[in-house]
Design a binder for this molecule. Structure first.
Ligand code: KG4
Ligand code: ZN
Length: 360
């Protein structure tokens, strides 16, 4: 059973083939980061055009590397949302065309389900499991009860974790994408130099909030650069010149430490809820772009150990957007008979816990 996966929901164009033996037969990924860097973030129109220009050759390359023809596939899966709609449509139309031409089953995958199920490809993870999903657009804790069966335990009330990393990186003049830049700067910084607030700490439940932390970082920068809080904000480039290299690294380290503390606090609550509701659950899984953060992985390893859960994090290259996760989650859905009709419409927004069961 071979499934082709196609990814084009943000700034990565990807195609990959996986099989039911958990083998990655091919994995082709083209990142557009360089095209968006001058703008400090992903420009949807540029992304959509770039996906359109490259997607055919990327799919062809994935098929060649897998050494199979379209007629050998069992199904084609595509990230059909949530995401930047122009790019999502490019992927969805490509997948539909292949399915129509070769009479193949079509799987319209929720991109977040791709992130969520990757750990079952790269590790031995059984349902139900506890999932921390931390990407550029999402920050949630979910109980994953089965394929297409998600119960949200907590979510963010404002920004996602990835967004917080990206915005603080921008404030520090480190650029886009922020996560890896903050992580690198944090390694050279002193995490206890700045006392940033730990959002939601001690509050009941598993919800997140990052806006207060972000504001606190901004105030610190304003103070260091001689601007009173609330005064007109300096253009980001100018700020950077005024902050020393060490200050930038110390802010990055202190910010990352505050993010880790809030995630730990929220997750400790979630573990209690998960264990009481799903006593057979044994696994803690992290997924999404922010899951590639080494410090976060370290903290989660300890938290899982303390709570007698097995911790699984996919390899870093499968945490950030890729097509392997789409192919694998597509395979899991196909295996359960959860395919979709070719009139499925791409969705800009699509909460994972509203993931429909598919068309049997
Ligand atoms: O899952 P992803 O690749 O795309 C979405 O579906 O959103 O996540 C991208 C996010 C960005 O916000 C990026 O800054 C963050 O993941 N990220 C990181 C790291 N690598 C990527 N955040 C923290 N530390 C990292 N090493
Ligand atoms: Zn993603």
């Amino acid at each position: 059973m071979e499934v082709l996966g196609i990814e084009s929901s943000c700034d990565e164009t990807g195609a990959a083939v996986v099989n039911e033996k958990k083998e990655i037969c091919s994995n082709v990924l083209w990142t557009q980061i360089k095209m968006h860097t001058p703008f400090g973030g992903v420009v949807p129109e540029i992304a959509a055009r770039a996906h359109l220009e490259r997607i055919d050759e990327i799919v062809r390359e994935a098929m060649e590397k897998a050494g199979i023809g379209f007629e050998d596939l069992s199904a084609v899966a595509v990230s059909a949302g949530p995401g930047l709609i122009g790019g999502v449509i490019v992927g969805v139309m490509t997948a539909k065309a292949i399915c129509a031409a070769h009479r193949l089953p079509f799987v319209a995958l929720n991109h977040l389900e791709g992130h969520a199920l990757t750990a079952r490809l790269t590790g031995e993870v059984e349902f139900p499991f506890l999932l921390l999903l931390v990407s550029g657009g999402h920050c949630q804790i979910l109980a994953v009860k089965g394929v297409g069966q998600y119960e949200k335990l907590g979510g963010t009330m404002d920004d996602s974790a990835g967004e917080a990393f990206d915005k603080v990186s921008k404030m520090l003049g480190l650029g886009y994408p922020g996560g890896p830049k903050i992580e690198a700067a944090a390694k050279k910084g002193n995490a206890s130099r700045f006392e940033f607030p730990v959002p939601m700490k001690g509050r009941p439940g598993c919800d997140f909030s990052f806006s207060g932390l972000k504001t606190s970082v901004r105030h610190t920068i304003e103070q260091l650069t001689g601007k009173a809080p609330g005064a007109e904000i300096l253009p980001e480039e100018e700020m950077r010149r005024e902050l020393t290299e060490q200050e930038i690294c110390d802010i990055a380290a202190s910010f990352q430490a505050a993010v880790l503390k809030t995630v730990k606090d929220r997750l400790e609550h979630a573990v209690k809820i998960f264990k009481s509701r799903f006593p057979t659950g044994k696994d803690l899984v992290v997924a999404g772009g922010v899951a590639s953060n080494t410090a976060l992985r370290g903290m989660l390893t300890e938290l899982a150990e303390k709570n007698k859960l097995q911790f699984t994090a996919p390899p870093v290259n499968l945490c950030t957007d890729n097509a392997v996760m789409v192919a694998w989650a597509g395979l899991e859905r196909f295996r359960e008979g959860l395919t979709d009709s070719l009139d499925f419409k791409a969705r800009p927004r699509w909460p994972l816990d509203a993931s429909r069961p598919g068309k049997k």
